[in-house]
Write a protein that binds this ligand. Structure first.
Ligand code: KG4
Ligand code: ZN
Length: 345
């Protein structure tokens, strides 16, 4: 009946995930299942993701997660048309586990294996939930990535901006650690910032006002450390004020940096009918960041799309969907794909 049913597998960081997505030309895609097991607790005691622990946890969990995704979709491996798995970038141990499992399933069932670049998964996820036409811009802000991509089609990307040092989520996590807040830092910084004074500290705005479109966060982290050391021991109010001032600096810097790419899009594609900025990644959950991006988009005549949290953070539905888009575009299967360990900037 022309429907493609894709099993997706994602193991590039600390989420073990499997999903089944179905699509037929002319209809919106259907997420039949989207199972994610987060290793948050395994890593919390260390204040960050430990690659060795992650790889072992993926080995232990993945088979069960794939079974759960198939069961929830009410489908067997025979009913799947192809398998898509993240091949990189990410932590090599986890990537190997996911890709080997996908290869085994592909070999046993005779179905194609479609290796997916994790960033392509994020980049195309907007089209899984909304009617977003190419080309559009995606801002990817997570613990491992901070970048803006121009998305022209499956396999057709241009990186317009990226961080020259830390990822934005890393800046949140390190600030949280410094303030004695638990991992993952982002949500906790946002929470305590609500009762803080964002004007108490004037933290730097790295690269703000510069013509280049890139991001930088390490100077901010250093300034936060110096401020905290200078007034230690920190009261609860001090912690809240630092968090609020840090978040203000991040929000203002981010808006300034993203504006460069919106301007470039406008200048290079004055004809594009509905310019859209999509945001994805864990940091996209941040309220003040969303609000700032929304008003920035209003100002520049862009539509703003933020997929629901479950599809913004790492998941396998976006990998399955990227597999469908690639298959449909005639880009495709590679049974001999290797895992790629690339620095996820
Ligand atoms: O996309 P994600 O779940 O995993 C990857 O990094 O791939 O993103 C996790 C990151 C962490 O750094 C976390 O602190 C940050 O997203 N984060 C937030 C918020 N929620 C999660 N940062 C700021 N505000 C939040 N509400
Ligand atoms: Zn990711």
């Amino acid at each position: 009946n022309g429907e493609i049913r894709m099993l997706g597998i994602e193991t590039s960081c600390d989420e073990t995930a499997a999903a089944v997505v179905a699509w037929r030309e002319g209809s919106p895609p259907r997420i039949l299942s989207n199972v994610v097991l987060s290793q948050l607790e395994e890593h919390a005691a260390f204040g960050g993701v430990v690659p060795e622990i992650a790889a072992r946890a993926h080995v232990e969990a993945l088979d069960g997660i794939v079974e759960a995704a198939l069961a929830e979709a009410d489908i067997t491996l025979d009913g799947i048309d192809a398998v898509a798995a993240t091949a990189g970038p990410g932590l090599i141990g986890g990537l190997l586990v996911g890709l080997m499992t996908a290869k085994a399933i592909a070999a046993a069932t005779g179905k194609p294996l479609i290796p997916i670049n994790h960033l392509e998964g994020h980049a195309l996820s907007a089209r899984l939930i909304g009617d977003v036409a190419f080309p559009y811009l995606i801002l990817l802000v997570s613990g491992g990535h901070t970048q803006i991509l121009l998305v022209e089609g499956p396999g057709r990307y241009e990186r317009w901006a990226s961080t020259i040092d830390d990822a934005i989520g890393e800046a949140f996590d390190k600030t949280a650690k410094l303030l004695g807040l638990p991992y993952p830092g982002g949500p906790n910084v946002e929470r305590v910032a609500r009762s803080g004074d964002p004007m108490r500290f004037d933290f730097p705005h790295p690269l703000k006002g510069e013509a280049r479109p890139d991001f930088s966060f390490s100077g901010l982290k250093t300034a936060v450390r110096q401020a905290a050391t200078a007034i230690a021991p920190l009261s609860d109010q001090d912690v809240a004020d630092i968090a609020a001032s840090f978040q203000r600096a991040i929000v203002e810097t981010l808006a300034d940096r993203v504006a460069r790419s919106l301007e470039r899009f406008r200048a290079e594609r004055p004809q594009a009918p509905a310019p859209t900025l999509v945001v994805a990644g864990g940091v996209a959950a941040n309220g003040p960041i969303r609000a700032a991006l929304l008003s920035l988009c209003d100002k520049h005549g862009f539509a703003f799309l933020a997929p629901p949290a479950a599809l913004c953070t790492d998941n396998a539905a976006m990998i399955a969907w990227a597999g469908i888009e690639r298959l449909h575009a005639g880009l495709g299967a590679d049974a001999a794909a290797d895992a790629m360990e690339l620095a996820p900037r």
